[in-house]
Design a protein around this ligand. Sequence first.
Ligand SMILES: Nc1ncnc2c1ncn2[C@@H]1O[C@H](COP(=O)(O)OP(=O)(O)O)[C@@H](O)[C@H]1O
Ligand SMILES: [Mg+2]
Length: 396
Amino acid sequence: MTTRSATTAAASTSGPLVSCAVGYLSAWLAARTRMVSSQPKYELIQEVGRGSYGVVYEAAVKCTGARVAVKKIRCHSPENVELALREFWALSSIQSQHPNVIHLEECILQRDQLAQRMSHGSSSPLYLESRFTLSIMAARPELSHFIRLVLVETSLKGEITFDPCCAYHLWFVMDFCDGGDMNAYLLSRKPSRKTNTSFMLQLGSALAFLHRNRIIHRDLKPDNILISQARTPAGSSEPTLKVADFGLSKVCSASGLNPEEPASVNRCFLSTACGTDFYMAPEVWEGHYTAKADIFALGVIIWAMVERITFVDAETQKELLGSYVRQGEDIVPLGEALLENPKMELLIPARKKSMNGRMKQLIREMLAANPQERPDAFELELRLVRIACRELDWDT
Ligand SMILES: Nc1ncnc2c1ncn2[C@@H]1O[C@H](COP(=O)(O)OP(=O)(O)O)[C@@H](O)[C@H]1O
Ligand SMILES: [Mg+2]
């Protein structure tokens, strides 16, 4: 099972590191345009996040000054390559943009001074399968089938053959979210029903969009939901949420699924138990699940948001939004408790009067032990809109 927690570092980056990284991006530009250019396209400003995968920077597009986020992943281990490819495959498979899903501007593969833009599709004759992956397969034969599968499945293309002696990096250029993650944003403010309603609607819409595009996120949690405080065109006073971190996501292949029928994502069965334990559905712990696992995770998040239920992460000591059950002194993830006892009644709401009857019923259904009793993302989106409309009526 993979459990991960993100560590955000506020420290700013040292000068040499920034200029070195700018050099790489400059080299990318030169390689891409097939001419020598001394003008880097992006200027790194500061480090905004760090994890076992690599580092995320705030950066500026040189010619416009627009802010972007640049996530740099070092491709030195099969695990990192896998995370990077999953993220690339999911974000680049989306044909249109959604305001609540992080947008991938471009992805750059870089080795020393060589760099090139990644693309997927079948136009290039060369695959990314290379001496690098062959060396991983030799060292870790148990992974070779998987690596081949990922590479073939993703059809990633490249023109540089990997050399195991060189360091390779993937750079993801994305929307920059200036408001931190959902934990930091909500927990530093007083509870607001208006903000909660807006966030629920945005999350419902993002998940319906992802599932319509046959993407199962598999690691929905407040750490991976980022906030952009830039003014929205509609002039809403609430910030914009962006679902991010697609390192564990799965794009369900169209074979066997009807691409015209969005709900078919709910029949795509997966078996890799992954996610972060407090947000994992009972069937994920067992390793046999569908897109309904994302609905469960969103149920944990929405319940925690509405009632301000938090726990302290043992590893990072950070306070995190997430609902759970108490067993004596211990707190136990909901999915784990429901796996043990599927008939367990959840105490929703945990505090009296904190939510209306419709919301209570919806959260109960999202957290049903049996995934078939949960609404799918399309029904969820509609029901959240109905609940929000009633809330607004009530306010005016
Ligand atoms: N687009 C972005 N804008 C601003 N900060 C970001 C962005 N993407 C990631 N970060 C920061 O970096 C952290 C780690 O990024 P994430 O994609 O979640 O990687 P990980 O796989 O380590 O969890 C996030 O929690 C966030 O603080
Ligand atoms: Mg993350």
